[in-house]
Design a protein around this ligand. Structure first.
Ligand code: GRF
Length: 192
């Protein structure tokens, strides 16, 4: 496999980021070349511990979304990523960013999209008494949790489930599912 460069954007706890580092980084020609965070977060610590360059780009109050995205774009371009992976990056992008990396940005969202875009997905599933829940990997466009769906994993919602148990179950699935799909996308791209 050829060299396949990932840029990861992650704002928070970074458990998905960690699973990507553990399962993909410097394996089969895949490299996480930089991690960018908009928050002073656990994600940066995880990246530094793995010897991966990390960039911290906080959004200033005076900045518009577009201004922030222009800076983010300028930071990422020199890395020439094959794929930009969002792993808990809590921002919606403006067209200036999406157009610069059209078809190269993916996200994982903890619901069976198009259901439950946005936050608090697990509680909303419990409130709606849904029997099924899951997680979705999708391409990112300018809309909130929109963009073409790449793959989904479903789980049954059990009678004793709470928002907390659903979050735990979904995250543990994501930690295998996200690296597996990223690996497939890398393989597909290098076979083209
Ligand atoms: C995950 O639930 C993921 O689906 C969503 O944000 C959360 C990130 O969690 N996009 P973590 O920071 O990877 O632990």
């Amino acid at each position: 496999m050829n060299n396949y460069k990932l840029v990861i954007l992650s704002s928070g706890y970074g458990s998905n980021l960690q699973s990507i580092i553990d399962k993909l980084h410097l394996q089969d020609g895949i490299e996480v070349c930089v991690i960018v965070s908009d928050k002073a977060s656990q994600s940066i610590t995880r990246g530094l511990l793995a010897n991966i360059p990390c960039l911290f780009l906080p959004k200033r109050k005076s900045q518009s979304r577009e201004e922030y995205d222009k800076l983010l774009k300028a930071l990422i371009i020199p890395f020439a990523p094959d794929l930009i992976v969002l792993a808990g990056f809590m921002r919606i992008f403006s067209p200036v960013f999406i157009r610069a990396f059209e078809g190269k940005i993916i996200n994982i969202h903890p619901s069976l999209l198009p259901k439950y875009k946005g936050l608090n997905t697990h509680q909303r599933v419990i409130d709606a008494k849904d029997k099924m829940h899951g997680t979705t990997i999708h391409y990112v466009d300018e809309t909130l949790d929109g963009g073409e769906i790449i793959a989904q994993k479903r789980i049954d919602v059990l009678p004793f489930d709470t928002a907390e148990t659903l979050e735990q179950t979904i995250k543990s699935i994501e930690h295998t599912f996200y690296p597996e799909i990223i690996r497939k996308l890398c393989l597909k791209a290098t076979l083209l």
